[in-house]
Design a protein. Sequence first.
Length: 57
Amino acid sequence: MTREEMIEGLIDNYSDFQMIKREMPEGVENFFLDYKIKTTTAKLSALGVNVEDITIK
């Protein structure tokens, strides 16, 4: 797997996690999902990808 393929896969995962989190009912917390978002953010940051531009607000 190339570096670019790894980044692409992580970005896909990150965007999926963001969409799932956005669709969760108000007040519901999912600690596993939050952890996956944090670890994926850390991996992307380590590869030099700024996630601020792809974060759903």
